[in-house]
Design a protein around this ligand. Structure first.
Ligand code: GDP
Ligand code: MG
Length: 162
């Protein structure tokens, strides 16, 4: 079976946009309103001749109780079922309480976790990415899912652990 890369994080950080970037197609639904992605959806991806599955997550109602718990639950499922995990954070917003709660879960992960600092659309955003070292998940990888900035380097790092 193909290895699976799970993409987790709170709503609106750009998970589905990043998934589309990784698969090279616009299949994952991107929305300005959080909560549109179905619970977990997998897509086939191919990078440098390696095939793998990318799993988008989401599906929380905007008014759902315990958003933090829902995101943490997805992270726990990913730890049990995926071969590598991308935790996506909005570098412009910075680490929220939900991001910190998910990071706390993922710090215990035996499955490799790569911290993605998304929405770094230009060089000026690099310092926003560095601030995410505070999450305790190692080096934040700055990317712009919409522009493709940094995503090639990110995927090289993913293949190294997948
Ligand atoms: P998800 O809820 O985590 O799946 O987030 P989406 O992929 O649906 O994106 C949420 C919003 O963030 C949309 O308006 C996207 O266009 C925007 N977005 C995603 N990635 C980036 C990025 O790299 N830069 C900027 N500026 N906006 C982004
Ligand atoms: Mg989504």
């Amino acid at each position: 079976p193909m290895p699976t890369l799970a993409v987790v994080g709170r709503p609106n950080v750009g998970k589905s946009t990043l998934v589309n970037r990784i698969i090279g197609r616009r299949e994952a639904v991107v929305e300005d309103v959080p909560g549109v992605t179905r619970d977990r959806v997998s897509y086939e991806a191919n990078w440098s001749g390696r095939k793998f599955m990318v799993q988008d997550t989401g599906g929380w109602e905007p008014d759902a109780k315990g958003l933090q718990q829902s995101v943490a639950r997805q992270a726990e499922l990913a730890m049990q079922t995926a071969d590598a995990i991308l935790l996506v954070v909005d570098a412009v917003v910075g680490a929220t309480a939900t991001d910190q709660a998910v990071a706390r879960v993922l710090r215990k992960s035996k499955t490799p976790v790569i911290l993605v600092a998304n929405k770094v659309d230009n060089e000026r955003g690099e310092s926003d990415a560095s601030a995410l070292w505070s999450l305790g998940l190692g080096e934040p990888r700055p990317v712009s899912a919409t522009h493709g900035r940094g995503t090639g380097d990110l995927l090289d790092d993913v293949l190294a652990v997948l």
